[in-house]
Design a protein around this ligand. Structure first.
Ligand SMILES: Nc1nc2c(ncn2[C@@H]2O[C@H](COP(=O)(O)OP(=O)(O)OP(=O)(O)O)[C@@H](O)[C@H]2O)c(=O)[nH]1
Length: 222
């Protein structure tokens, strides 16, 4: 995290296969617009957006990356220094869901993560507006994969209908805050030898949200 003159600045990277809707998610969140004919991203693009959480304003610097394999060398240099990673798939594209593992590994390698839980990973299943016939990944599959991979935040969104998009970014920042507070407590433990072996807060709780409901704020979707 860096600090602008006013607000804490968080670098958020959106990853996932080409065509899952990364650019549309960013544009929906930042400008509340949706482009039915969005072009493939080449390399990376970023936009800033302020987000208020519990009385504090955070400036999110959102990096939209190119999902196509041929742009790998253009996107990977931008992973370092990230505070949050959003792993995105489209619920009507099974292969994009299967590729989440590849995306996580690519990010961890190029961001040079020392531990897998060093920063929050958020799983985002986009295009939740598609018909049930078109759906190829169930909510249960998403939650199961997250459980198996120790990812505690997942959400289904639609950039098209604006469902859960702001909630996804809120969920990401809330997850980041939980990790930060845990890091602070651990630091206290190291410095002051305070016994904090008891369970800390809810940092390991699953926080999932699907469909059109609100997410994250009250953790009622666990
Ligand atoms: N139905 C539906 N279509 C969407 C949604 N989000 C994006 N799309 C469509 O999916 C296509 C790809 O969207 P993009 O945002 O360009 O996808 P991307 O992941 O950024 O793709 P790359 O730049 O190639 O990595 C476009 O035709 C969008 O209109 C959504 O929530 N629902």
């Amino acid at each position: 995290m860096r600090s602008t003159t006013k607000n804490p600045l968080l670098k958020v990277v959106i990853l996932g296969d080409g065509g899952v809707g990364k650019s549309c998610l960013m544009n929906r969140f930042v400008s509340n617009q949706f482009d039915e004919h969005s072009f493939h991203t080449i390399g990376v693009e970023f936009l800033n957006k302020d987000l208020d959480i519990e009385g504090q304003t955070y400036t999110l610097q959102i990096w939209d990356t190119a999902g196509q394999e041929r742009f790998k060398t253009l996107r990977t240099p931008f992973y370092r220094g990230s505070d949050i990673c959003m792993l995105t798939y489209a619920i009507d594209d099974k292969m994009s869901f299967k590729n989440l593992e590849m995306w996580r590994k690519e990010f961890a390698y190029y961001a040079d993560l020392k531990e897998s839980n060093q920063i929050p990973f958020i799983v985002v299943g986009n295009k939740s507006d598609v018909s049930s016939e078109a759906r190829e990944v169930s909510q249960l599959e998403m939650e199961t994969w997250c459980n198996e991979n120790s990812i505690t935040s997942c959400i289904e969104t639609s950039a098209k209908s604006a469902s859960n998009v702001e909630e996804a970014f809120k969920m990401a920042v809330q997850h980041w805050l939980r990790l930060e507070s845990r890091a602070d407590i651990n630091e206290t433990h190291v410095n002051d030898t305070v016994d904090l072996s008891k369970k800390i807060g809810d940092s390991n709780r699953m926080s999932c949200c699907v469909g059109g409901g609100a997410a994250g704020d009250d953790d009622t979707n666990n």
